[in-house]
Design a protein around this ligand. Structure first.
Ligand code: ZN
Length: 536
């Protein structure tokens, strides 16, 4: 038998969680057609995987690449990690629907989805179909599975974020959601912080999620309603929405960010275990870092953050409103969580920002400016509304327990970008370049927190099953040849908070739909990626 590609001498970690085994993998017409002892077979291309693992390409269940990959179709930050499918449109924001149904009116200006003003991407579509066609016409290296976001639905239905949707608006949101799901959205997503914390009540979410119920495999993905004292309540709300709608739930980027609640990961995860015993189909995703990303605006009360940049700046310019904002912030972050100014580190500034702030903590900046830390936050937003930080607000013990938990899936919460493209001006969280290799190198090899087979399962077979991708996510004859070859002895992330645009090590080969997008550790420039519409 002759193959298009033959990967020889590797150790197969097949994505199911089962023990690794020695095997060769034969690929023809984009599919895995043989696994076993194939060393005497012919092939147009042979890859020597001696000492390496052959695994299913990673499916990043929590990605945000539906806009970035149009600017950077190579998706380098993810391609070099071995990611072959980006599940995008998380946290409620998607670049569609971009107009009220039937009007065909593009709301580019009203849809602040593109933070890079000189993007060459022409915002020409109004629905998921239009976006998908534009994406496939552009040509992308990785596959992308779309979802549809609550914020975008609410905006498209003409409902302001400053109050719950009224019955007519909600009916329109449900209609638009169903339309997006019919066009291929895998899930409805939301982000229940900022304005939505107070103005998107559970009842609104339940009604909207019900629109997904008739569709096979369509699920609900939630960036939880987080605030001081809310960790357990947010988990319970996600469970309750799953219970009342009968729709499967993905709980996004789990973390315990309130220092007073550190050490309670097992207690929190047990909420999901119990729910599953009661028949609610729920899982959660996590990225392996102890810091999260936070725009400075998200340090202000939700009624300020959620009002939009222009309005927030107006509020800060008004002395009495500013006093009220500061007074509220004295109580803590998002209600009453302690701020820990020494753990909030500036990582990104806008064009008017002060470069000296980069890499310094809020405590240090406040001291050098001689201002109170809360005033420093507010002043810095006025000077540079796009200033961003990372907050070192998680505990290592919680991280390990969540990673090892049977219900966790690895999700980067990151974008696929090129360090040479228009997004190079950003200072992203290192998870966008390092999430998956950090799990494999640090938490599997160095720390032994989970087995290699389990980690690969959480990056491939498990997410494929959750989103209903039946023909991907495992190394198995008949499945699509989305594959990664990595060295388990050297794989590691290199991206850091200070110097994020760095590729990981130890991942020489990545194949998407049978075609190499990374070969001998170099991006090939190939664009075999497709939009993977919901199957079912
Ligand atoms: Zn989120």
């Amino acid at each position: 038998m002759a193959f298009d590609t033959l990967i020889l001498n590797g150790t197969v970690v097949d994505g199911t969680g089962k023990p690794a085994y020695r095997g060769d993998v034969g690929i023809t017409d984009g599919k895995i057609v043989a696994i076993g002892e194939l060393s005497t077979s012919e092939a147009a291309r042979k890859i020597d995987a001696n000492g390496h693992v052959i695994a299913p390409g990673f499916i990043d269940i929590h990605a945000h690449s539906d806009v970035t990959m149009l600017d950077d179709p190579g998706g380098e930050s993810k391609a070099y990690q071995g990611v072959t499918t980006e599940v995008s449109g998380n946290c409620g924001s998607t670049p569609y629907p971009a107009g009220v149904l039937g009007t065909g009116e593009a709301l580019r200006d009203k849809q602040p989805t593109h933070p890079i003003p000189h993007s060459p991407t022409k915002w020409a579509w109004t629905d998921l179909d239009g976006w998908a066609n534009y994406t496939e016409d552009t040509g992308i290296s990785l596959n992308i599975a779309p979802q549809v976001g609550h914020s975008s639905l609410k905006r498209a239905a003409g409902a302001p974020f400053s109050r719950p949707a009224d019955p007519d608006e909600l009916a329109m949101m449900k209609k638009l959601a169903a339309e997006a799901i019919e066009q291929g959205a895998a899930a409805e997503t939301n982000g229940l912080t900022g304005a939505h914390f107070e103005n998107a009540p559970t009842s609104e979410i339940i009604e909207l999620v019900k629109a997904a119920k008739p569709y096979e495999n369509a699920f609900y993905s939630t960036h939880p309603r987080l605030a001081g004292g809310w960790h357990f309540k947010a988990a319970e709300e996600a469970v309750e929405i799953g219970r009342q709608t009968g729709v499967s739930v993905e709980y996004s980027h789990i973390a315990i960010i309130d220092s007073r609640q550190h050490g309670k990961a097992e207690e929190m995860a047990s909420i999901f275990d119990t729910a599953r015993e009661d028949g609610v189909d729920i899982a959660f995703d996590i990225y392996p870092y102890l810091a999260g990303a936070a725009g400075f605006k998200s340090l202000t009360p939700s009624w300020v953050e959620g009002s939009g940049t222009e309005s927030a700046l107006k509020m800060l310019a008004d002395p009495s409103t500013r006093r009220r904002i500061k007074e509220e912030m004295k109580g803590g972050w998002w209600g009453d969580m302690p701020f820990h100014f020494e753990k909030i580190v500036v990582v990104k500034i806008g064009p008017n920002g002060d470069r000296d702030h980069l890499g310094r903590s809020l405590a240090e900046i406040a001291e050098s400016r001689g201002t109170d830390p809360l005033d420093t936050i507010l002043d810095m937003i006025i000077e540079d509304p796009s200033v961003e930080s990372v907050m070192h607000n998680r505990s290592e013990q919680d991280m390990r327990q969540f990673l090892a938990h049977p219900l966790s899936i690895i999700g980067s919460d990151g974008t696929a970008i090129s360090p040479n493209g228009i997004w190079k001006v950003t200072q992203p969280h290192p998870r966008i370049y390092g999430c998956h290799p950090r799990v494999l190198g640090h938490y599997v090899r160095e720390e032994g927190v989970l087995s290699l087979e389990s980690a690969v399962h959480k990056m491939s077979g498990f997410p494929a099953e959750r989103i209903g991708l039946r023909d991907r996510g495992r190394v198995e004859v008949g499945l699509v040849a989305d594959l990664v070859v990595f060295d388990p002895d050297t794989v590691i992330d290199m991206s850091t908070y200070q110097d994020p645009h760095r590729y990981p090590l130890g991942i020489p080969h990545v194949l998407v739909n049978g075609e190499a997008i990374v070969s001998e550790g170099k991006h090939t420039g190939a664009r075999p990626g497709r939009v993977l519409r919901r199957s079912g």
